[in-house]
Design a protein around this ligand. Structure first.
Ligand SMILES: [Cu+2]
Length: 510
């Protein structure tokens, strides 16, 4: 009897469930589920890579790794984290703006990973302070929460309602004298399942809201619920370019000093504090000296829009300075300091590594960098055409990804001559930074993009190379300076190259 009465409800329910099963929704991974955050920092004389492992729950632990390099001095670092976001909602947590968690980290003499842990008690924007007793790097980071999108809420709500209505249907079917009454909860059940299925289908196809951190200035509220902002954004996310000015005391050759970098907004003149981590650093600082030496450094952030770089420049003369950075929604900018940097003094510099010279018909060469044999080869070289550049570092696949990449290529030119390179590079029309194109694991396979909050292998994975190749189109003919950088045995190797790029001939290749 009961089954007779229940039949319409059961048939409808089963049909809709089958339909839902056939359309198994691919739940979009929550947008704020971040991966690990890797940031290179030149803290004092130490070149460090800081890795903030993803936070999986709040309150919860934040695992902090510091990777040291060859020559990094042992010693103690302090690590502290401060919530910086303010919310209108009342909270029992300590007020933002003061550190809520701290730890110490003892670096040993062996290059590698040193770890410590912090505890984060709330989602939103945070600042990590990494100190060496003299300087403090202040690194902004986000603690995400697993946010539920409106369609996902419809899925959960719909299925809960369907479950309840199913119970009601059974009860009504068992108790009611007239079978028709069961149609009421059964219709509700079908409607609830329809809502859930619609939500499931939509959740896979609706665009994600603008992401706090990478697209929006993060606040506690938009990190906690990225879907809360109503309506489409009425402004675009773009920001004006930064103005980069050098600050600090003049530098003397052979003596260590601190170079200050002030970032100001080109429109408002306010300090720029929306720099986001790009290629594993807030700022990539490139400095080229008078004899063609390159420094690739990662200044520490000391305050909003203020960065500092500790360095020792070995020779007097004119240096070219540029910074590569990304403003939130502003794209990658390679900003040159117009006047460059003058270093006084008379310190005699040690000779820099002799570059590989590829000119005329020479398309291959080799050199010794710090005891490692490096071969350099170029193919298809002509202005305006993609050229392939390959370096072979040693003979085993033991390169480490530095800044998330197996190889970095920095290009400046065309240059008028081989003297006073810093000044010439400062005025050079082309100044580029390219990365190695796939094949990073030595098998020719292109490294896959991280999915679902996974992270790419960090520097500790020494399994790349020995061949690292780049593709770059030199826009104009002439003499270029190139610096290729790879990491091996926790040391960054810089390979200097001088390259003459011929003009493209009609239908011809070199
Ligand atoms: Cu860099």
């Amino acid at each position: 009897m009961i089954f007779e009465r229940l039949r319409p409800a059961l048939i409808a329910g089963v049909c809709v469930l089958l339909l839902a099963g056939g359309n198994t929704p691919a739940f979009a991974d929550s947008p704020s589920t971040g991966g690990d955050l890797t940031i290179a920092q030149s803290l004092g004389d130490r070149e460090l890579t800081l890795v903030l492992r993803r936070v999986t729950g709040v309150p919860g632990p934040l695992h902090v790794d510091v990777i040291t390099h060859a020559g990094t001095a042992p010693g103690r670092l302090t690590v502290a984290a401060t919530p910086t976001g303010i919310t209108g909602a009342s909270s029992a947590l300590p007020a933002a703006g003061a550190p809520t968690t701290q730890a110490v980290l003892d670096l040993g003499p062996v290059p590698g990973t040193y770890s410590t842990g912090l505890d984060v008690d709330r989602p939103g924007p945070w600042e990590l302070a990494l100190g060496d007793g003299e300087r403090v790097a202040r690194i902004p980071f986000l603690v995400p929460v697993q946010a539920t999108s409106p369609p996902e809420r419809a899925v959960y709500g719909g299925f809960v309602a369907a479950g309840l209505l199913l119970l009601v249907s059974v009860l009504v079917a068992a108790r009611a004298r007239r079978g028709g009454w069961v149609m009421l909860p059964a219709a509700g059940l079908v409607a609830a399942i329809a809502v859930a299925v619609t939500g499931a289908v939509l959740s896979a196809s609706l665009p994600l809201p603008p992401q706090p951190g990478s697209q929006l200035d993060p606040t506690v509220d938009n990190v906690t619920d990225p879907y809360a902002r109503g309506g489409p954004p009425i402004t675009d996310f773009s920001r004006p370019p930064v103005m980069l000015a050098l600050a600090g005391n003049p530098l003397t050759a052979g003596k260590s000093g601190d170079l200050g970098l002030d970032l100001t907004d080109g429109a408002t003149g306010a300090p720029v504090d929306d720099v986001i981590v790009h290629d594993s650093a807030l700022i990539h600082l490139l400095v080229v000296g008078p004899s063609g030496r390159l420094w690739h450094l990662h200044p520490i952030r000391t305050a909003a829009g203020r960065y500092r770089q500790h360095l020792t420049l070995p020779e007097p003369g004119h240096y070219a300075v540029s910074a590569e950075l990304v403003r939130r929604g502003g794209g990658v900018q390679l900003v040159r300091v117009p006047g460059g940097l003058d270093v006084s003094g008379s310190e005699a510099a040690g000779a820099p590594t002799e570059p590989v010279v590829l000119t005329g018909d020479t398309t291959a060469g080799s050199l010794d960098v710090g005891g490692t044999r490096v071969g350099v080869e170029v193919a298809g070289l002509a202005a305006g055409r993609p050229a392939a550049l390959t370096v072979r570092v040693g003979d085993t696949a033991d390169l480490q990804p530095w800044l998330g990449m197996a190889g970095h290529l920095i290009v400046a030119g065309p240059l008028p001559g081989d003297t006073d390179i810093g000044a010439a590079v400062g005025k050079a029309p082309v100044w580029a930074h390219a990365h190695s194109m796939g094949g990073a694991d030595g098998t020719g396979r292109v490294a896959t993009a991280p999915v679902n909050g996974d992270s790419t292998p960090d520097e500790t994975v020494a399994a790349y190379g020995p061949d690292v190749s780049f593709t770059y189109s030199f826009p104009a003919a002439g003499r270029y300076r190139l610096w290729i950088q790879v990491e091996r045995a926790y040391a960054v190797i810089t390979i200097p190259v001088i390259l003459d790029v011929p003009a493209a001939t009609e239908g011809g290749r070199r």
